[in-house]
Write a protein that binds this ligand. Sequence first.
Ligand code: IPD
Ligand code: CA
Ligand code: CA
Length: 255
Amino acid sequence: MESKLQFAQALVRQAGSYIRQHMSDDLAIETKSRYDDLVTNLDKDTQNFVVEAIQTAYPDDFLMGEENNLRHPIKDGNVWVIDPIDGTVNFIVQKEDFAIMLAYFEDGVGQFGLIYDVMQDKLYSGGPDLPLMMNDQTLEAFDNRPLTRSLIGSNGSMYAHNVSGISNLINQTLGVRVYGGAGISMAHVLSGRLLAYFSHLYPWDYAAAQIIGSQLGYELLTLDGEQVDYQSRQMVMFIPSAYKQTIQDYMERGK
Ligand code: IPD
Ligand code: CA
Ligand code: CA
């Protein structure tokens, strides 16, 4: 598995370098489901680049990817899950705070995940029995710091509307941070900058973080505390397992 992870690490770094080289070109921007759900030619080019490299190296493997309707079921065989640019709105408007995400599963079991913060050149990667790293630094497990000394990341709208009591929970902490990208936000959980993250996500948004986080004391669950389905868009929380009950109690009281 180590050589497959090394292949994936080199691949996302190459894809990031491609994005950095082309991000000042004129972008072709299209809307998808609504006015703020955007895709650019670079999202599509990056996914094609990653898909072609995987198919060449591992022709028997399958793909689930955000663009081009790649939807192989997660539990069937060797499956790569790809989000070529996570945080496309940040990419278009701010030219930073976006990530490439890649995850790899065998018969539904997560083997490794990668979140690459393209502009900071920070690669978070690892999985069960693999090193858990940010570049050459080892990622630390959750340190049980108190809620009252923590920040929580959230989708802005879910926080504003107190969905499932999220704001009541966050009001017990030092506050909310809204970064506008699932990958960057969950990388901040993995590095200890955020205690937890709440959002409305697709499988390619959460796959990599779930695999890495599960080795560091974190869980990725629906807001009801159920397992995610790897099929639909769901409201989810990425939380330290040690605070699961406390977090659910605050949310329950705030509903
Ligand atoms: C989106 C971003 C956003 C989150 C959305 C995602 P995209 O991914 O991560 O922060 O709120 O749910 O779909 O479309 O930029 O890859
Ligand atoms: Ca995307
Ligand atoms: Ca995404």
